[in-house]
Ligand binder design. Structure first.
Ligand code: 26Y
Length: 821
């Protein structure tokens, strides 16, 4: 099964030829960007054979496929990852050195494919990596946004969003597939025709507008196994003149409208994480890629099967949150209107095909579309959802006669809205949460009624991450050290890391491990110096919180604690204090005012502290601009402390927490999401846990019994920090600047409850945990052991394990093997 041998000479020849063919230049004349392109095309050539061989093998075996339907795929860079998975990274590195090129500089030319916001999108990317590595037939289905997640600039401490024109230099790894183009229809009305012969009604959408969906394929390279799966993302093009219905020819206005529709649909990724805004264009995006993907899945099946009623034997749709849930109705539409199935037949197929993953319990993230909008945009699909709802409500009534509350809480259409989560649960054969705690909360709180009605659908799949990107590629020093000690099987079998446990008390191993951490800190310090102009000491504790900026993730708790520490150091200059560098990285949704103000606060605190010569070497605060997948790889590798401090019950799982753990950073966190399972694996003595439990938080929420003002009144350290938000300490030019944040904690004016995220409630306990971090870090051997144990115990958190569980318990796929000729 070994990959075919790498031919260095041939590779160099090809890079040179590519530079010539693409740019009519010699190596010496080419820019680094052009060299990146030339190298990427050479690497793509190594992939193509395997891509073809995989497709051929799949065609022969006729396996069942999973279609991972997702609005987001946060892929990051492809070149480095592809070389890693082809196991040619070191070969290419050598080859490039021979012609005077630095592989790091070449890799650094590639823009991140940032077609996602955060956790959910990156999870999809990790899943694709694991699916290919484990040899499971899979398609990722998504949207080829022209502009991905915005680039973040920090100006005067404020976030400024800059468009991410990631395709401007061309994308060497993508393949346009016009032969698979599909038409997607919007608007118009539905005409019903009764056919006397069959005795059935036929539904035809008329007066609609349409766009042409054209797929672009990206290779998803499995690790060292010749398998290459496909990420298929759809671009929108205007229907060209000669494809118009004769009816529409000469309708100039409509032609222009359709062109605009095509242009707008895939223009940009919505940069909201965990926040629903109800925008019409977003619903268009959803239906656009889902209709194209479902049409394609059906067409592919029909190529070599003639009984569409067995579709589910060869295809399963995993819905990445509710965003792709319109797939349920679209599949029904195709089966009913195009394949001529009866309702019951179509429903059986659909409900055996669709499965739903929930990623959040935040109420503001739930998608509910106004009926008016939905039925206007998707008239036929809406009719179908009405019928699904009618039957589902009948089922509820049959099970709970006379209990209208149940209908009110569970109906798919209610109060003028279409509730996408309810549709996904009613139609799907599986509903899963993404960590044990999260799934329990779904079953017993958020989705309680659904769980009681159909408990068999509910299951947990604790998230995971790919060690190929987040250790092998991101932390090459640690990766080779591990391989030197326990062999390289961990690359595809992460639990092997537990073999490192025999080294955790070995002083030499401890020293080597911490020395690698130190070198990674030096690498990050250099990055910070270059990008932020701030000098940080790699011997200080690197305490890191990187993730989307959201109130529930409580970056505010972190920075308030920094303000508190600064007060302490100023008051007691003689106090023993181990030097710390607090590192933040976070994008705020463009319209999320309070989150953006928190970024300004962090940068304002950083300004004051970093420029105070009197404490200089003890405390530094760094906000890393434009946190994204590519710099994340370096950040995880360099972290000493992993900040996972969400309000308990709010973070469904978290996946950054796993990346830190893998790279040897203990968790400083609440008992939330997958932190619970991390602690279970590594032991609570190797983590720093604090704060209210999920039960306690939920209890407060349900009984309205939390009073932050009591804490404000009784704890002078906290009071002082809060007063500094409004006395100009960090905003001398505008002392009112942070008033909104102060108010959010103490509820002086607003009508919503104060301190919704329990920051004051957890502050003391957080500060104590931070104190324990400092004490632990002073014990060098003890810390080294703890860090190593975190790596050694992280085996559970590979996405390979997660995917195997999806396969065994939900998808039921068969493993494929591919030989190269
Ligand atoms: C409604 C819409 C605008 C929306 C857009 C993006 C809603 C939610 C999201 C993104 C959600 C998300 O990223 N959730 C995260 O999923 C991760 C993977 O399961 C979890 O680890 C993480 O806890 C959760 O917040």
């Amino acid at each position: 099964m070994a990959t075919k041998k790498f031919n260095k000479k041939e590779f160099i020849r090809e890079v040179k030829a590519n530079v010539k063919a693409l740019y009519r230049k010699n190596l010496e004349e080419a820019t680094q960007q052009q060299l990146f392109q030339a190298v990427s095309y050479a690497v793509k050539d190594e992939i193509i054979e395997n891509w073809l061989a995989t497709q051929e093998q799949y065609e022969k075996d006729d396996p069942k496929y999973v279609y991972y339907m997702s609005m987001e795929f946060l892929m990051g860079r492809a070149l480095g990852n592809n070389m890693i998975n082809l196991t040619i990274y070191d070969d290419v590195k050598e080859a490039l050195e021979e012609i005077g090129l630095d592989i790091n500089v070449i890799e650094d030319q590639e823009p991140d494919a940032a077609l996602g916001n955060g956790g959910l999108g990156r999870l999809a990317a990790c899943f694709l990596d694991s699916l290919a590595t484990l040899g499971y037939p899979a398609y990722g289905c998504g949207i080829r946004y022209r502009y991905g997640m915005f680039k973040q600039k920090i100006e005067d401490g404020y976030q400024v969003e800059v468009p991410d024109n990631w395709l401007k230099d061309g994308n060497p790894f993508e393949l346009r597939r016009p032969e698979y183009a599909k038409e997607v229809k919007f608007g118009g009305y539905v005409r019903v025709e009764y056919d006397e012969k069959t005795g059935r009604n036929y539904y035809k959408q008329e007066g609609y507008q349409s766009v042409r969906a054209v797929p672009y394929d990206f290779p998803i390279v499995g690790y060292n196994n010749n398998i290459v799966n496909t990420l298929r993302i759809w671009d929108a093009e205007a229907i060209s003149e000669f494809q118009l219905d004769s009816f529409d020819k000469g309708d100039y206005r409509k032609a222009v409208e359709q062109e605009n529709l095509a242009r707008n649909i895939v223009e940009v990724l919505y940069p909201n994480d965990n926040h629903y805004a109800g925008k019409e264009l977003r619903l268009k995006q959803q239906y656009f890629f889902i209709s194209a993907s479902v049409q394609e899945a059906v067409a592919k099946y029909k190529k070599n099967h003639d009984d569409i009623r067995k579709f589910y034997e060869k295809a399963t749709f995993q819905l990445n949150d509710t965003h792709p849930t319109v797939a349920v109705a679209e599949l029904m539409r195709i089966l009913l209107d195009e394949e001529g199935l009866t309702w019951d037949e179509a429903w059986e197929v659909t409900s055996k095909t669709c499965a739903y993953t929930n990623h959040t319990i935040m109420a503001e993230a739930l998608e509910k579309w106004p009926i008016e909008l939905f039925s206007r945009l998707l008239p036929r699909v809406y009719q179908i959802i009405e019928e699904i709802n009618r039957r589902f409500v009948a089922q509820i009534e049959a099970k709970y006669p006379g209990d209208f509350e149940k209908v009110r809480k569970m109906a798919i259409i209610f109060d003028g809205q279409v509730k996408m989560a309810h549709l996904a649960i009613a139609a799907g054969y599986s509903v899963n949460g993404v960590a044990q705690l999260h799934t329990e909360i779904l079953k017993h709180q958020e989705l309680k009624d659904f769980y009681e009605m159909m408990p068999e659908k509910f299951n947990n799949k604790t998230n995971g991450i790919t060690q190929r990107r987040f250790l092998l590629h991101g932390n090459p020093l640690l990766a080779s050290w591990i391989t030197d000690h326990i062999g390289d099987e961990w690359i595809t079998d992460l639990p092997q890391l537990s073999k490192l446990k025999v080294y955790v008390d070995d002083p030499k191993a401890q020293q080597e491990f911490m020395n690698i951490k130190y070198q990674n800190k030096v690498r990050l310090a250099k990055y910070i110096q270059e990008h932020n102009g701030i000098e940080v000491d790699p011997r200080s504790i690197f305490d890191v919180q990187v993730k989307r900026l959201h109130e529930y993730k409580r970056q505010l708790l972190n920075i308030l604690h920094v303000m508190y520490l600064y007060n302490q150091i100023k008051d007691h200059p003689e106090m023993d204090f181990y030097p710390r560098t607090f590192i933040f990285g976070a994008k705020a949704a463009a319209g999320y005012r309070r989150a953006k103000l928190t970024i300004k606060l962090i940068n304002s605190v950083a300004d004051v502290i970093n420029n105070d010569a009197s404490i200089k070497n003890k405390l530094k605060v760094v906000f890393i601009e434009d946190y994204r997948v590519s710099n994340a790889e370096w950040i995880f590798a360099a972290a000493d402390v992993s900040e996972q401090i969400s309000t308990a019950s709010k973070e469904a799982s978290g996946t950054g927490n796993m990346k830190f753990m893998l790279n040897g950073a203990p968790t400083l966190g609440t008992m939330d999401g997958a932190n619970v399972e991390i602690v279970e694996e590594v032991g609570k003595e190797n983590a720093f846990i604090f704060g209210l439990s999920a039960d306690e938080v939920i209890n407060y929420e349900q009984n309205g019994g939390y009073h932050p003002e009591n804490i404000f009144n009784s704890d002078q350290d906290i009071r002082r920090v809060l007063m500094q938000l409004i006395n100009g300490e960090y905003a001398p030019d505008d002392p009112e600047r942070f008033r909104e944040i102060y108010d959010s904690l103490l509820n002086t004016k607003s009508s919503d409850r104060a301190d919704t995220y329990f920051i004051l409630a957890d502050f003391r306990s957080y500060a104590d945990a931070q104190k324990r971090v400092e004490e632990a870090y002073r014990d060098e051997a003890g810390w080294a052991k703890m860090a190593m144990l975190n790596t050694a115990c992280s085996g559970k958190f590979t996405s390979d394990r997660t995917i195997q569980q999806y396969v065994d318990e939900i998808w039921h796929l068969k493993k494929e093997t591919v030989k190269v000729k």
